[in-house]
Design a protein around this ligand. Structure first.
Ligand SMILES: NC(=O)c1ccc[n+]([C@@H]2O[C@H](COP(=O)([O-])OP(=O)(O)OC[C@H]3O[C@@H](n4cnc5c(N)ncnc54)[C@H](OP(=O)(O)O)[C@@H]3O)[C@@H](O)[C@H]2O)c1
Length: 329
């Protein structure tokens, strides 16, 4: 099948690109002008020659947010996968990318009679307190109203979001926790497993919009569990320092007068809201009746464990991944 992949340069987008190629799909990868696409042509596990790989992937440079005619030169695709995401989470960027860019992608899909639109979203939209979550939900609603069959994948925390303290712990410093480190949890998922899950959905477009929360293989891990795992793997004693999550509110309150005159400061304030959110909320399914997060109800997928991932980082077999701008430590 021919798949138009938006966000192909991102963390999950790159893994989806690789998985699409590995499964023999033809990919049209949409990238911003001047951006490089990372697909190791020498990757032996793809089992394809460089010529076969370059036949399988067509890179289209287009500025989807600025150019009305961005889709003019696109070949027709059978399916669209969007791994687009605001890199900063700042309100204006979130509107532009999470909503506007995806809306334009959907308009293309409708015009080109695309048979399936797969959207990578996030499980945290169940608690929409942040600008980027509200923009994601706005687009999810638009997608639901569209005539294009849609699958919305609401993923839990990525491995990449849980590597921020590797260097501190390696240097013998204590693992930082918010409060006790036991009040939140997630089922971390690797980029490879999530990409496999996304690509596995392509074959069967749902008749009604499907919303699929998804985590990695369980059990759910608290920050305490993650810290213990990391310290054990790096051969360090498990020592922790607890920080109050309210510290993000205090800093936000301190800089709020500047927010009245500076957009940069308002964006900083939104970042502090994002940080507080991740310090206090679980990335698991929310049970609205019981008013609690429910690890059991959070579906699991894949084989890659955080423990094996930390071990790979410790041995040098895996490289430290570039993290987004939502990094906390
Ligand atoms: N981090 C987590 O733990 C987590 C958990 C669950 C769900 N999620 C969700 O997963 C999704 C993908 O995350 P990710 O980590 O793969 O994102 P990412 O690495 O930040 O990649 C974002 C992608 O969107 C593109 N993009 C950003 N701004 C753009 C613009 N103005 N115009 C065109 N393209 C633009 C980027 O292109 P460039 O390379 O050109 O910037 C990149 O390809 C997000 O929706 C996120 O909310 C994240």
């Amino acid at each position: 099948m021919r798949v138009l992949l938006a966000g192909a340069t991102g963390y999950i987008g790159q893994a989806v690109l690789r998985e699409l190629v590995a499964q023999g799909h033809e990919v049209v990868a949409l990238v911003r002008p001047g951006r490089r696409l990372f697909l190791a042509l020498s990757d032996e596990s793809l089992n394809q020659t460089p010529d076969e790989l370059s036949d399988a992937v067509t890179v289209v440079e287009a500025d989807i947010t600025a150019n009305e005619d961005w889709a003019a030169s696109l070949p027709n695709a059978n399916a669209v996968v969007s791994c687009l995401a605001s890199r900063s989470g700042a309100p204006a960027d979130a509107r532009l990318v999470e909503y506007e860019a995806n809306r334009r992608l959907l308009a293309y899909a409708e015009g080109a009679a695309v048979q399936h639109f797969v959207l990578l979203s996030a499980i945290c939209v169940q608690m929409p307190r942040l600008a980027f979550q509200r923009e994601k939900l706005k687009f999810e609603a638009l997608l639901d109203e569209s005539s294009v069959p849609a699958t919305i994948i609401r993923a839990t925390a990525f491995f990449r979001s849980l590597v921020g303290q590797v260097e501190r712990v390696r240097a013998g410093k204590p693992f930082l926790l918010f409060s006790s480190g036991n009040t939140t949890a997630c089922k971390p998922i690797s980029d490879r497993d999530l990409a496999r899950f996304i690509v596995s959905k392509l074959a069967s477009p749902p008749s009604n919009t499907a919303v699929l929360p998804i985590g990695g293989p369980g059990p759910a891990l608290t920050p305490q569990d993650q810290g213990r795992l990391l310290c054990e793997t790096l051969g360090q004693p498990f020592r922790t320092t607890s920080l109050p999550p309210e510290m993000f509110d205090w800093i936000r309150w301190l800089i709020s007068p500047l927010g009245l005159v500076s957009r940069r400061m308002r964006d900083r304030m939104e970042f502090l809201r994002i940080a507080k959110f991740y310090a206090t909320e679980s990335m698991l399914c929310w049970d609205a009746t019981a008013e609690r997060y429910d690890a059991e109800a959070t579906p699991e997928y894949g084989d890659d464990t955080l423990q094996a991932f930390y071990a790979g980082l410790a041995s040098g077999e895996l490289k430290m991944l570039e993290r987004g701008e939502h990094s906390l430590f």
